[in-house]
Design a protein around this ligand. Structure first.
Ligand code: SF4
Length: 335
């Protein structure tokens, strides 16, 4: 495909197409649909993407759903509207496909909190421990892990491990602490965290609850323990969405990234969803990494098939092994 690009397009790439202006008269929704068909591309979007991107995606989901979708698609190109470790996971599972990420700078504070070289030294201190890592980590951390998990399946994954087998859990200390409480397993935790889920204010949420006494508090397990302690329901992003569909409350205080409110509102038009406030005046409950992707960047990335995720094959094979293990355990448990 690269060889077929015109000289003009090659020059645009050299200049850095991310800085390109998109013609404002373009109907980006129609253009993206056209590119999907022309290039046999599938567009996967995480729940934390902006509503316009969610609305044009072929599949919207959280980490497990998106990685499973990436593994089974027969598209030639996977366009991943999410952050870097998610697109990496798609590449790990589909090495023969071209994987595109609209903005290569869309990283993740949680993944960045676990540099592989430091984690390898940490792991060496516990030679008899099994490493279970949350999927929100780099390929380098995945390659150092025995099993990957998501916030949806973590409990079952931990319970599948014999009780006398000691475990290291990485990289999220809040999710790890929550899982220690849920499973009763005394795991060694890596000290990482997500900047978005750590910013919520217990005091402001408590005051919000006073103003909305009938609202249920629903929270993601990446939040700190005092927030989880007052939640009516704790679950993965998909778990929170499903809870709002089956529960009979009319109002919810949602303690996770605000992007999920779009699907919650679409699925439950007669319910009210209130984003939980952060502990300062900024919009810090929006993930700044996720929100780097825009409809314009999505269009440009599909048009020019850049930026592409590439990976060393040895690393890819090592990182795939613990994901396969997760998918096997999930299938056995019917998850
Ligand atoms: S919300 Fe947190 S864990 Fe998710 S991508 Fe953003 S920084 Fe990473």
């Amino acid at each position: 495909m690269f060889m077929e690009l015109t000289e003009a397009k090659k020059n645009l790439q050299k200049k850095g197409f991310l800085d390109m202006e998109v013609d404002v008269r373009l109907d980006l929704f129609a253009e993206i649909e056209r590119l999907k068909k022309e290039k046999n591309a599938i567009l996967l979007a995480h729940y934390y993407q902006e509503p316009d991107i969610q609305d044009v995606a072929d599949y919207i989901g959280d980490s497990l759903g998106l990685s499973q979708q990436a593994a089974k698609t027969d598209a030639d190109i996977i366009v991943f509207a999410g952050v870097h470790f998610m697109a990496e996971t798609a590449k790990i599972l589909s090495p023969q496909k071209k994987v595109l990420l609209p903005d290569l700078k869309a990283g993740c504070s949680l993944a960045d909190s676990a540099p592989p070289d430091l984690f390898a030294r940490f792991k060496a201190q516990y030679p008899d421990h099994l490493v279970i890592s949350y999927i929100n980590c780099s390929a380098g951390i995945k390659a150092l892990s025995d099993i990957i998990c998501t916030s949806s399946n973590a409990e079952k994954i931990i319970e599948s491990v014999p009780k006398d087998q000691p475990i290291i859990f990485a990289p999220d200390r809040n999710l790890g602490s929550y899982l220690i409480k849920k499973t009763g397993r005394d795991m060694v935790l890596w000290n990482g965290a997500c900047m978005v889920h750590e910013i919520f204010s217990l005091e402001k949420i408590t005051k919000l609850k006073v103003r909305h006494p009938k609202a249920k508090i629903i929270a993601h397990p990446e939040c700190e323990a005092p927030i989880l302690a007052i939640a009516d329901f704790v679950g993965s992003t998909t778990g929170l969405l499903k809870f709002t569909q089956r529960d009979d409350a009319k109002e919810y205080i949602v303690v996770t990234e605000t992007g999920i409110l779009h699907q919650m509102q679409k699925e439950n038009p007669n319910k009210t969803f209130i984003p939980a406030p952060p502990n300062n005046a900024c919009a810090c409950n929006d993930c700044p990494h996720m929100k780097l992707n825009t409809l314009e960047k999505l269009y440009l990335c599909m048009e020019y098939e850049q930026p592409e995720i590439t990976m060393d094959e040895t690393l890819r094979i090592a990182a795939k092994r613990p994901i396969d293990r997760m998918l096997e355990i999930s299938a056995q448990a019917g998850l």
